[in-house]
Design a protein around this ligand. Structure first.
Ligand code: PA5
Length: 424
């Protein structure tokens, strides 16, 4: 199970000050499905439901894609994008020779980024997984047009076998198009919002194509959600939610999520969407930011150590590293580094992270530690279940609906009007 370490907050509050009664009430509201947005809490049962049904179809599609294609173009944005990318970069940062390349498009409107992907794709055999719950989001819909045209030019009438649509079960432009064209479809369940959907086909199909063991992910997620159902202050999700709400109430309006593994970068992007979209509303909410250590200690380190004291810091770590690299000894010690000769990088990194933690605490930044045993399928699933549950609990504790996103409509209205969309 995920461990939360609150030792780095002891200079800022006494654990007795944490409002576990509010965390308990929020957890009850969530589990009983009696709170705001309860119609979007299906993600709690998602791993169980997937295992019972759709997993076989996802694995079969992934096997076909892996067997015939050198690349998968994944088209999606926001909740239909970040989870899969986070998982793939975390677990398969170096693809094996058999793994198709995974290209993510439809997550912006840059013509250069799009044509760069077309160039990198070259004449590779490829499949498309277009992911959009609404089926109407502009960025993925436009990119889908471009890559669908390429696919038709390459494969003619067989192109339809190369398209997999992950969308609403019944509604939307993408669903209608898929039915009309005969594309294989996967479902974004009605009761699961985009940012909570990584353990549905939205995340699982790209992950499986990338060579991630999605059965292991799902089995670990089933166990994780069961363990996280613990109704006591021992629950790490309660601890995290209660600590960040306490700190927010005492002036810490920005949370920086850091990790010493660069492969965690897109998991941090996924986390930012999850927490930002769930909690930032009604004029309140912690601003979620992210840093990559140690790289960002050389850019953001000054601000963290010494800037306005509005920060809290949450550091994700993996208890054991996947690789062992020891520092070579060099005769004459020309660079003065022989004091580290024979030491493993993992030990140096751990020592550095202890030193950074102590420095930041002494600079007035509370530090929350979150750890899982390994950077593997189980560790990924545990982190996802933990962050999703803690986010919902934290959102309910602050009095918001953690499952809606009314604010994202404003820019869309303006944009469609300016672009001249009929009816706007
Ligand atoms: O979390 C959300 O709801 C959003 O980030 C959506 O996932 C994103 O806007 C994409 O929407 P759709 O899947 O409908 O294309």
């Amino acid at each position: 199970m995920v461990k939360v370490d609150l030792s780095g907050t002891s200079a800022f509050f006494d654990p007795a000050e944490l409002d576990f009664a509010a965390a308990a009430a929020a957890h009850r509201t969530l589990a009983d499905k009696t709170g705001a947005g309860s119609e979007f809490t299906g993600w709690l049962e998602l791993p169980q439901r997937i295992r019972d049904g759709e997993l076989k179809a996802i694995l079969s599609a992934a096997q076909r894609i892996r067997g015939r294609s050198k690349a998968l173009v994944v088209i999606g944005i926001g909740g239909s994008y970040l989870g899969a990318r986070g998982a793939i970069e975390l677990l398969r940062p170096v693809p094996s020779e058999d793994d198709p390349k995974i290209f993510f498009v439809g997550n912006g409107l840059s013509p250069d980024a799009l044509s760069d992907t077309v160039t990198r794709l070259g004449d590779m055999d490829f499949d498309i997984n277009v992911i959009s719950k609404s089926g109407t989001t502009l960025e993925p819909a436009l990119a889908f047009r471009v890559f669908r045209k390429m696919l038709k030019e390459k494969y003619g009438s067989a192109a339809k076998k190369h398209i997999f649509a992950t969308t609403d079960a019944h509604r939307g432009a993408l669903k209608s198009l898929a039915d009309a064209e005969g594309w294989e479809c996967f479902v974004v369940p009605d009761d699961v919002g985009g940012r909570y959907s990584v353990l549905s086909a939205v995340g699982l199909l790209p992950m499986a194509v990338a060579g991630i063991d999605i059965k292991a992910v799902i089995n670990s997620a089933i166990i994780a959600f069961k363990e996280l159902d613990l109704r006591s202050p021992e629950n790490p999700a309660w601890q995290y939610a209660a600590a960040r709400q306490y700190l927010y109430g005492h002036g810490r309006s920005i949370e920086i999520l850091g990790c010493y593994e660069p492969s965690f970068r897109f998991m941090a992007e996924w986390w930012k969407q999850l927490y930002g979209e769930s909690e930032g509303k009604n004029g309140i909410g912690i601003f979620p930011a992210s840093v990559e250590f140690t790289a960002d200690l050389h850019s953001m380190g000054q601000y963290i150590q010494d800037g306005p004291r509005t920060l809290m810091e949450t550091i994700v770590s993996f208890e054991s590293a996947r690789s062992s690299v020891s520092v070579p000894f060099e005769m004459g010690d020309p660079d003065g580094l022989n004091y580290l000769a024979g030491k493993d990088y993992a030990d140096i990194c751990r020592t550095a992270s202890d030193a950074v933690k102590a420095a930041h605490i002494s600079g007035g930044v509370p530090n929350i530690g979150i750890s899982v045993p390994k950077r593997d399928e189980a560790g990924f699933a545990e982190l996802v279940c933990f962050f999703e549950l803690a986010c919902a609990i934290s959102g309910y504790m602050s009095g918001v609906n953690p499952f809606d996103q009314p604010g994202v409509e404003a820019y869309k209205k303006n944009m469609f009007k300016l672009l001249g969309k009929p009816g706007t």
